[in-house]
Design a protein around this ligand. Structure first.
Ligand code: NAD
Ligand code: IPM
Ligand code: MN
Length: 363
């Protein structure tokens, strides 16, 4: 099969982790005789410095001409004083808008081997398998009016959703739940916000088309607690943009590190794949970054954009096996009583590649 992949590595640890994700995809292509082609463009802070904008036109054009976009991360402390529309993050929000994907799938899972790395007790997280479906193109991130009126000492943003925006993301959540454990938890703040009341009423209406799927509603404050107390009881969790941003990072606690979490954004012109984590300026350039979130995002490219399910599953299995063998990156070895081997970013990437080769060649 043929696939044109645009890599926008971005800032901080973005290039370090995407290198490993690309290397895995090249390995899978070589083994299976697939024709994956890769091109690179700038986004975020690197683009501000070189092109004067966080999302250059060439990046937009190349993204729209590709079959899948793999993004590393954007952001850096040197840009912190810029207004939102000039910051590296505006590049990310811009490319999401251009590509049009509104359903951001963020799995959160407990790997048995990593339970020691989570502050939660193994018996609480064991077997957890959650799929967050985060609405990605609406809510506070994009709602107008928005402004910081410095003279008045006042600032405002707008959380706005149309019914149609809620319907389309809710349908995706129910369809995905149908292929999983048939439960959807919808998260909102309907006890306070009109926009959440629209959200809840709309999700409830959509649920009527999916009588085989159980629907539960939770307020976001309670949900952030339930997620820690009883993560295993959740299957698909659908929520608006900002709540999904926050809850999916909380999912990193279940998995044992934010660096493990991948994401896929579907429903638009071109699918977008990115790890959940950011540019991690505190560890950038040191070979300390965990590439597994990016590598698992590469697996999602194989699944959602290439239709190569067996290969996607092989990459996921390879990650699990390498962890089973005891290999760790520093973020996974905070508590390392067994003295597991701690690898650099590139070493971890190479281990997973080796394992993918073993799995796919002997399969
Ligand atoms: P962050 O996700 O970059 O880092 C949070 C913590 O997790 C840090 O301690 C970091 O070292 C650690 N971490 C993150 N990814 C890791 C990995 N792969 N391996 C090991 N440790 C990892 O969040 P932040 O520090 O709040 O934000 C830093 C910058 O990243 C900001 O500019 C923010 O806007 C941006 N950001 C970008 C994205 C994105 O591009 N998708 C996502 C989140 C944050
Ligand atoms: C994420 C990030 C982004 C978001 C930022 C960097 C714009 O936190 O992908 O989770 O809030 O969506
Ligand atoms: Mn986030």
């Amino acid at each position: 099969m043929k696939l044109k992949i645009l890599v926008v590595a971005g800032d901080g640890i973005g290039p370090e982790v995407t290198n490993e994700a690309v290397a895995i995809l090249k390995e899978v292509a070589a083994i299976g005789g697939h024709e994956f082609t890769f091109s690179e463009r700038r986004i975020g802070g690197v683009a501000i410095v070189k092109d004067g904008t966080p999302l250059p036109k060439e990046t937009i054009e190349a993204a729209l001409a590709s079959d899948a976009v793999l993004l590393g991360a954007v952001g850096g402390n040197e840009f912190n004083s810029l207004p939102p529309d000039k910051r590296p993050e505006a590049g990310l929000l811009g490319i999401r808008t251009v590509l049009g994907g509104f359903a951001n799938l963020r799995p959160s899972f407990a790997f048995k081997e990593l339970t020691v790395n989570s502050p939660l007790r193994p018996e609480v997280i064991d077997g957890t398998d959650i799929l967050f479906v985060r609405e990605l193109l609406g809510g506070l991130y994009f709602g107008k009016p928005r402004e910081w009126n410095r003279e008045a000492g006042e600032a405002w943003n707008t959380m706005r959703y149309t019914k149609g925006e809620v319907v389309r993301v809710a349908r995706i959540a129910f369809e995905l739940a149908r292929k999983r454990r048939k439960k959807v938890t919808s998260v909102d703040k309907a006890n306070v916000l009109e926009v959440s009341q629209l959200w809840r009423a709309t999700v409830t209406e959509v649920a009527k088309d999916f009588p085989d799927v159980e629907l539960e509603h939770q307020y976001v404050d309670a949900m952030s607690m339930h997620l820690m107390f009883r993560p295993r009881t959740f299957d698909v969790v659908v929520t608006e943009n900002l709540f999904g941003d926050i809850l999916s990072d909380e999912g990193g606690v279940i998995t044992g590190s934010l660096g493990m979490l991948p994401s896929a954004t579907i429903g638009g012109k071109v699918n977008l794949f990115e790890p959940v984590h950011g540019s991690a300026p505190d560890i950038a350039g040191k070979g300390l970054a965990n590439p597994l979130g990016a590598i698992l995002s590469a697996a999602l490219i194989l699944r959602h954009s290439a239709g190569l399910e067996a290969e996607a599953a092989a990459v996921e299995k390879a990650v699990r096996k390498v962890l089973e063998q005891g290999f760790r990156t520093p973020d996974l070895a905070r508590d390392n009583p067994q003295g597991f081997p701690v690898l650099s970013t590139t070493e971890m990437g190479a281990k997973v590649r080796e394992m993918v080769k073993t799995l796919l060649v002997t399969a």
